[in-house]
Structure formats: C-alpha cells, structure tokens
Design a protein. Structure first.
Length: 393
C-alpha cells in the first residue's frame, strides 16, 4: 500500500498548537511527524467550538465536539468520513467511557498511553500536599477506574497493541496471561540539538554559592512549593545558595513578585526568575551554569518529563521523586528522594553540595546515558514497527 492509500488517524484530547511543546502532546506530535513521512496523518481532537481544521507543523488537526460520552455515534460517523487505515488512540482509564465508539472503529487500532496509571493513594498524597484540585482533576478521576477494568477494556475494544513510555506503566498494566494484547515501551525522544557533549558539572569550592535550577510552571503539583520549603530549611544552615527559576508559562509580574518577596528568605538565598519560554540555546546556557537541577514532582501528567532529559543531556544531576517513570531514568545517574518532604530535599541538596566528587560522577553518568538515548527519529522508527500495517484489522 502506498502513501496515498495509507491514512493514520491519531485521536487525542487537547491537541492544540499551544500544547504541542508540552507533554504528552509533544510525544504524539513527534510520532505524527515521523509517520507523516510514509502516510497521510490526521489528528482528531476535542474542540469546544465544534468542527474545524488547522495545520500544526504540517499535520492536519481536526477539532470536534463529538469526542465525548454522549456523542459516540456521531464520533464514529466522523471517523468513518476520515476513513483511516490505522487509528492510534491516546487512551487513559477514562477511555472506558468511550467503549462503544472505540469498539465500533473498523480500522486497525493501537492504544497509546502517555499518562501515568496512578493508584488512588498516590493522588491522595497530592491532596495532602495541598495541591489544588484543578491541577490533578483528570488524574483523580483516572485513578478511580480499577486497573483490572482498564486491562480488560483494551482487548475488548479490539486494541491488540499498546505503546507506553516507561517500564513503570508497562508493569502497571502487566502482561496478560491470555496474550490478548502486546505491550511495547517506546520512550520519549530527545531533540538532536539537546544531545551535546555533556558538561558534567563544575566543582563548587567551599564558601561559593551553590546554584540550583528549577524549570517549569510555578505550580504545587510540580513540587515548586516543596522546593521553597526546602530552601527555607537550608537558610538555617548558613549555606549560600542561589535558586534560579525558569518559570515557563509565568508572567513577568509573577516573576517579579516572587523575586521581590524573597519568600521570607535570608540574604544568603538569592532568587532569579525568568518568565515565559526560553529557546534551546538560552535553556542550555542556564543549565550549563547550574550545579543541581530540582524537579521534585508531586505528580506528573506524562510518564517522562522532557525537562529531566534536557538536564541529563548536559551532564546535570537531577533531584526528583519516586513518580512513575522517573526512577528508571535517574537510577545511578541522579537522585530520587525516598520521601517527598522539604527536610529530605534540603538534606539531599546539602549532601550533594558537600560531595562534589559524587555530584561530578552522577553528572558524568547522566551524560553517558543520554549519548545512547534515542532521538525522535529513532522513536519514530520504533513506533512504525509496532503500528498495524494497512490491511490488518
């Protein structure tokens, strides 16, 4: 079957231009871009304004109001008009509510799972940490769906191949004894320009300010409040530290408020805040002038945060949490907190500051890991080998 006959449809909520730089849409976009080399690719996504088309990076994106529980017949009619030969459906436990629509799709179907399969107690931990409900709402409802029901749902709707991003999600699903569907770990890729010769970190002489870096939105779910509480504890030790905040999505006013308030910190703590989005060169410059990267997520919306990979690519040590696929990334090349508390985070920061050889060794191992880590082109090749071939149903 030639390219003109092959038509891949990707079904995913929230696939909008402003979301494409973010996970999990970045992963789906990169897959779409590689599939588009050999096939026509269309993305079908939910849109409050109804049916509409736009092109994002050369990919046709169709918005619909039919991607919802009470519009399943209309959704099937719309998919039939698109007439795909293969469908990649971004599924979560909440997808069980679209059982009828997914089952009725005649084309070959592959499930793509980009969100962690959290247990309810993990979401309860976020509640106890004071994370606003709006930040984990979708994850909360997903955690209410029994994993056994989700596992049974996958083959019941005719999905026989499932792509996940991490071993953690693969293990959460498990391999069914009946072998009704196969699980494939296809990792998040990394931009070619990010895979530079790693800078394994600079040794910090005693008394010099230790530079910490956080990048991401200023949201409790990403552990930003945890960092601020840890910094407050560090100030009591008299150790000079500088916290740089690359506040993606924040406004200039929000950054200025953060810096001006200093959050009741003493003079030995400096805060720098950079609003908006930095380009790749600026981001790498900030990373190269950093001693330690702090990304202590409470929950993550996607299996593998790209910010961790970007930091490791420059040989930087990342301190993070035991959330989903993060531990497998940082094993022996970063630090995973045993408990997500300010005291534990502060202790790890001070330990690494006082042991520059350990800091350098972990950074070097992070850089070595990224040297063999797949780029997006390799990820695309791997995905193509898993996706159903035209004519198979």
């Amino acid at each position: 079957m030639n390219r003109a006959q092959q038509h891949v449809l990707i079904v995913a909520h929230g696939f909008r231009k402003e979301n494409v730089p973010l996970q999990p849409w970045r992963y789906l976009y990169e897959l779409a871009a590689r599939l588009a080399v050999d096939a026509k690719v269309t993305v079908l996504t939910g849109g409050a304004q109804g049916l509409g088309k736009e092109t994002i990076g050369g990919i046709e994106v169709v918005s619909t109001t039919n991607l919802r529980v009470f519009r399943q017949r209309a959704l099937n009619e719309e998919i039939a008009r698109i007439a795909p030969t293969e469908v990649l459906w971004s599924i979560t436990p909440m997808s069980v509510l679209l059982y009828a629509a997914i089952k009725r799709v005649a084309a070959c179907k592959v499930g793509v799972i980009t969100a962690p399969l959290y247990r309810f107690r993990e979401v309860v931990f976020a509640i106890r940490q004071g994370v606003p409900f709006v930040e984990y709402r979708s994850l909360f409802f997903q955690s209410l769906i029994p994993k056994s029901l989700f596992r049974a749902f996958i083959p019941a709707v005719g999905i026989d191949r499932v792509i996940v991003q991490s071993r953690a999600n693969r293990d959460a699903l498990g391999v069914t004894s009946s072998k009704k569907y196969s699980l494939h770990v296809v990792r998040v890729g990394l931009d070619a320009e990010s895979k530079l010769a790693p800078n394994s970190g600079r040794l910090v002489p005693s008394g010099e300010t230790f530079t910490l870096l956080y990048m991401g939105s200023l949201k409790p779910i990403r552990g930003f409040n945890l960092i601020l509480d840890a910094i407050r504890r560090i100030q009591a030790s008299g150790v000079p530290v500088r916290l740089k905040v690359l506040a993606r999505g924040a406004t200039k006013d929000e950054c200025e408020e953060l810096v001006m308030s200093k959050l009741s910190l003493s003079e030995n703590v400096q805060i720098e805040c950079y609003p908006g989005w930095l380009d790749k060169a600026e981001l790498q410059s900030q990373l190269q002038n950093t001693d330690l990267v702090l990304l202590p997520f409470i929950l993550v919306p996607s299996d593998v945060p790209i910010t961790i990979l970007e930091s490791m690519a420059l040989g930087k040590v990342v301190v993070s949490t035991r959330v989903d696929g993060i531990p497998e990334l940082l094993h022996e090349r970063g630090v995973v907190l045993e408990r997500s508390t300010p005291d534990v985070l502060a202790s790890e920061i001070l330990r690494l500051r006082e042991d520059p050889e350990l800091l350098a060794r972990l950074g070097a191992q992070a850089g070595d890991f990224i040297e063999t880590y797949p780029g997006w082109d390799e990820v695309g090749i791997e995905a193509k080998q898993i996706i159903c071939r035209p004519g198979s149903t």
